[in-house]
Design a binder for this molecule. Structure first.
Ligand code: F0G
Length: 456
């Protein structure tokens, strides 16, 4: 296209009104919520960037497929349609639907892990880590050093540190049943993994006879980064690249709430027949019969169609460009972010933006609350509140204090994003006035969801 503007590659057929609130109203809602935006009524949020998970807009084709769904308990037509789409994309022999990503993780790890096992990953997402640790196993993050440095530019900051993986396989290989790679690397800023790196992980897995699983939630966004950044990949379709990514692995866990373009759903897929049988048996206990796995037939239809739409080039071009656009707007306003922009979100470095707020006074919370108060924008703290409390009861600053602005798929237009840019800029302009918070009340685990704060 000879034109500069990347347009949304869709027209809007159905709209949902957003509610405008005044600053006074938002101040009252925030106080009622204990200064924790997880506790807000979503109707009081104007632009909701809490997560890109399950918050996307479905296409008319997805809605149309849903009404044609088959709700049979066993052997539903919708299951076979779902299975065929997943098999075509991933090439895996066994495809097990689950109600979302963490259910796939729970079933896989419960079926195969033993106490004392070790599972490497570039960065484990928090539910992945928790589902490994609950089995008494250890989750180890082996992202490349650049992946831990917010300002460092690197095209594939999600890559696995191959030397570190080799060393771990060498020293503790007997306790490693599988290696995982998260594409894109959410906990590391939505950063992609290159095909070259995946091939390197594959070679190590072959040498040490280990299975390789992808945490594939954002596989299509990862494929787009490969197409646009990796030498020799420019002329391939995103789908062909995604197929190659999956072909390098022995299985995957998937939250279809991201690149499945659905509001709920997920799957576990693999080649190993024994692991698959153990997983199906575990599935029946908590999720349901293996042809629906905790989903309605219409959910399976929505995911099947979503997986086809998500690899379309106009969609991915718009998706990755619009995330980068928000990143560029913030950088222009002098706001420090994880560079380069990731696929699904922009991560603001709250610790760098608010140097007057020490980590144990929660700069991420200070920024999240200021963004809501300023313009009704909801982001999420990823830092000391989320990760700073340890099982022994001690509290330490996390490695970074970030605020994630995650972009729901196909929901907001460019003017919504311009507005978010203005709100962040306005907060950044009065950054010196922001103060920290103290925790008034919090549970012992996963405190970020329900903790109550008071401003200092
Ligand atoms: N793996 C990754 C990389 C994720 O980002 C998520 C969810 C999951 C697994 C779990 O999937 O939510 O369907 O059970 N991430 C969401 C987020 C919650 O906001 O980043 P789920």
């Amino acid at each position: 296209m000879p034109f500069r503007t990347t347009i949304e590659p869709f027209r809007i057929k159905s709209v949902e009104a957003v509610k405008f609130t005044t600053r006074t109203e938002r101040a009252a809602r925030l106080t009622e919520a204990g200064f924790n935006v997880f506790q807000l009524h979503a109707d009081d949020v104007l632009i909701d960037l809490l997560t890109d998970s399950g918050t996307g807009a479905m296409s008319s084709m997805q809605w149309a497929a849903m009404i044609q769904a088959d709700e049979s308990y066993a052997g539903s037509r919708s299951f076979y349609r779902f299975r065929d789409v997943v098999a075509d994309l991933t090439g895996f022999a066994h495809i097990i639907p689950t109600h979302q990503g963490r259910a796939a993780e729970r079933i896989l790890f419960h079926a195969i892990l033993h106490a004392g096992d070790v599972v490497p990953n570039n960065n484990h997402f928090d539910t992945t880590r928790a589902n490994i640790e609950v089995e008494g196993a250890e989750a180890i993050d082996l992202v490349i050093p650049e992946g831990r440095q917010p300002a460092t530019l690197h095209p594939f900051k999600g890559n696995v540190d191959l030397a570190a993986l080799e060393q771990l396989l060498d020293t503790r290989g007997a306790h490693i049943p599988l290696v995982m790679v998260t594409v894109t690397n959410n906990s590391g800023g939505g950063q992609p993994v290159s095909l070259e790196n995946l091939r390197g992980v594959r070679r190590l897995c072959d040498r040490f006879k280990k299975l390789l699983f992808l945490d594939a939630c954002r596989f299509a966004e990862n494929a787009w980064f490969i197409k646009t950044r990796e030498a020799g990949q420019q002329d391939r379709t995103p789908k062909a690249i995604a197929q190659e990514m999956f072909s390098l692995a022995d299985g995957c866990t998937m939250s279809a709430k991201k690149d499945g373009l659905a509001n709920i759903g997920g799957f576990l897929a693999m080649n190993d027949p024994q692991w698959a049988e153990a997983a199906r048996n575990a599935l029946i206990l908590t999720e349901g019969f293996p042809t629906y796995g905790g989903l309605a037939g219409y959910d399976l239809e929505a995911v099947a169609r979503g997986l086809e739409e998500v690899t379309e080039e106009p969609y991915l071009h718009y998706r990755i460009r619009s995330t980068a656009y928000l990143g560029e707007t913030l950088v222009a306003a002098g706001v420090p972010i994880i560079q380069p922009p990731g696929g699904h979100a922009i991560y603001i470095d709250a610790r760098a933006l608010l140097p007057q707020v020490p980590p144990l006074q929660y700069p991420g919370i200070a920024l999240v609350n200021a963004l809501y108060l300023e313009g009704g924008v909801r982001g999420v703290e990823i830092g000391t509140v989320m990760f700073g409390l340890h099982p022994d009861g001690t509290e330490h600053p996390d490695a970074m204090d970030l605020v994630r602005l995650a972009i729901p798929r196909r929901v907001y237009t460019q003017s919504h994003i311009d507005y978010v840019g203005e709100v962040v800029s306005a907060v950044a302009a009065r950054r010196d006035t922001l103060r920290g918070y103290r925790i008034v009340k919090a549970p012992a685990a996963l405190r970020h969801f329900t903790a109550q704060f008071a401003p200092l």
